[in-house]
Design a protein around this ligand. Sequence first.
Ligand code: BTN
Length: 252
Amino acid sequence: MTPPRRPLGHEIVRLEEAPSTNTLLLENEAWLDRHGLVVLARHQTAGRGRMGRTWSSVPGAQLQFSVAVHPQVPGADVPIIALIAGLAVAQAIGDATGLRPELHWPNDVFIAGRKVCGILAEAKPSAAGALRLVVGIGINCLGSAADYPLEVRGLLITLEEAAGRPVDPEALLRAVLGRFDALLARLDAGGREELLAEWRRHARLAGARVRFPLASGRVTGSVLGLTPEGFLRARDGAGGVHTLVSGDVEWL
Ligand code: BTN
């Protein structure tokens, strides 16, 4: 019988500074082999975002960590893990502040139209071929958007700004890990449909205006919904319907 899984965050590697917690975890086989191990940094000097973008770090003001996740579900359900990471953050922020964040596919978390959290999920199989994920989560907790570089300032919000009071990053870490663990357990138990329905309830979907890449270039269109696999369906201006698996979708 498989032994019960250890909870996410059973072991936390705490660093004052790291280039990127995702990169560190991906490069350390011994850490990556431990489901639930967390690498947390007060500051990242080379934080990475989705689609090769940079993630801006303000020392001590954000919750920035990566967690090793060993999926126990069939391959087709693995993309759902990246979605429920965002749901876990939205739930934890709700628990801590009473606010109701909005999810933008695949897993950005927004409050009042501005981004409060970004998630970068990356995969690296073990030598034996078992899938291992690194789920990296960055949440703007303390201070204000004015603390961030000029080029991203207008796009983001901090929890302190949104809630009108400081939100302790350490308490939020525990809340996010607890929520994520509970959602993973439901996925393992076959709850994908119900989890996708819950994700949808936190999301801006049908009718939302988006810009997305096609082979011919970027187009503007509107969201139709999620596929059963957790991919995004959108219609372009000429009426063509597209399924976006991992593309660079910009919410307008
Ligand atoms: C995005 O918004 O495009 C994703 C941002 C992900 C940022 C987090 S912070 C912790 C972890 N380490 C990284 O280098 N990136 C993720």
